[in-house]
Design a protein around this ligand. Structure first.
Ligand code: ADP
Length: 166
């Protein structure tokens, strides 16, 4: 059966933890949509275009992966695109409560929609986009946290933002 899943998130910026989940989903399902959420209540560090560009670059060899942006309700977007399931990475126990709540809400909004959790890899268990931004803003090495091909662009962009704030 042809199964389409979505990996939603802010990806501000994409980390090795996100990429691990996308790669694993791409081996398990026929089609993977990476959905970058346009969220007006959050102020992202990277523009939607930059986040999409990074994601496209790091998934370019994965033929069944598509990168899109979406606004509004995820459950509604999934209905429009005939998505069968949401795939999310689960890090420490602290992720669980919120994710459980989201999964139940999405199922109520769209009863056909399942949420599937993949356990985070032990190497990226404590990795988050905010941690990457914090380390980079203090001049730290982020090469173990983000895909190599976008590492220097992330560092430069964050350094530029820092200079503006000084
Ligand atoms: P963050 O929490 O880093 O800001 P996002 O909102 O972009 O991340 O998260 C999108 C999805 O990616 C969520 O399902 C989240 O659980 C998952 N994810 C984020 N970081 C990791 C990681 N290090 N390992 C596994 N999954 C992750």
């Amino acid at each position: 059966m042809n199964k389409t899943v979505i990996c939603p998130g802010s990806f501000d910026p994409v980390t090795l933890g996100h990429l691990d989940i996308i790669k694993r989903a791409a081996t398990m399902f026929d089609r993977v949509i990476v959905g970058v959420l346009v969220n007006s209540s959050k102020t992202p560090c990277f523009s939607i275009e930059e986040r999409i560009e990074f994601l496209k670059e790091v998934t370019k060899d994965m033929e069944n992966v598509e990168v899109v942006s979406f606004a509004g309700l995820l459950a509604e977007y999934c209905r429009q695109r005939n998505v069968d399931a949401i795939v999310k990475g689960l890090r420490a126990v602290s992720d669980f409560e919120y994710e459980f709540q989201m999964a139940i809400t999405n199922k109520k909004l769209n009863p056909h929609l399942e949420t599937i959790f993949l356990m985070a890899d032990s190497d990226s268990m404590y990795l988050s986009s905010s941690m990457v931004k914090e380390v980079a803003s203090m001049g730290g090495d982020i090469s173990n946290f983000v895909p190599q091909c976008i590492c220097s662009r992330i560092e430069k962009r964050i350094a530029k933002l820092q200079n503006k704030e000084d």
